[in-house]
Design a protein around this ligand. Structure first.
Ligand SMILES: Cc1cc2nc3c(=O)[nH]c(=O)nc-3n(C[C@H](O)[C@H](O)[C@H](O)COP(=O)(O)OP(=O)(O)OC[C@H]3O[C@@H](n4cnc5c(N)ncnc54)[C@H](O)[C@@H]3O)c2cc1C
Length: 104
């Protein structure tokens, strides 16, 4: 993803690159999801392959793919309630802003 942004990729191209991530996440590949299939974020993904050699750690809602966030019911460890999902959505937006700042 970060590579795609640096290369000025279009939204469609980025979506193409992300397809294997989401496919892998829902199938639990490479430890991207917990044993129930919920997507891991934050501390749970620090050892993910894509984070090796990164100059920063994953944010609390950031997935095993740097720059990709998970919020609400789909996220491993979320409380599965409406208010929590809305709050996490807001936090994820803030996380995206933080990541984008690293390109400024
Ligand atoms: C029967 C029931 C009762 C509940 N009662 C309460 C309650 O009283 N209070 C409370 O706080 N919470 C309650 N909950 C939990 C609450 O509904 C969830 O916590 C909340 O809806 C989570 O929001 P979300 O946005 O994370 O996920 P969702 O609301 O599930 O939204 C995910 C959306 O993504 C869409 N989607 C899925 N896959 C794809 C795809 N591949 N492409 C595009 N779109 C996709 C889905 O169609 C869905 O619209 C209840 C849940 C259930 C099932």
């Amino acid at each position: 993803m970060e590579q795609a942004i640096e290369n000025g990729a279009s939204g469609g191209h980025i979506a193409q690159q992300l397809a294997p991530f989401f496919d892998g996440a829902v199938r639990g590949h490479h430890g991207r999801a917990d044993e129930k299939g919920f997507i891991k974020t934050g501390h749970a993904v620090v050892n993910a392959a894509a984070w090796k050699g990164m100059s920063r750690s994953p944010g609390p809602l950031e997935t095993s793919w740097p720059g990709i966030f998970a919020a609400g019911d789909v996220r491993s460890g979320s409380v599965k309630r409406c208010a929590a999902a809305v709050g996490e959505g807001g936090m994820a937006v803030e996380g995206v802003h933080e990541v984008l700042k690293t390109y400024a």
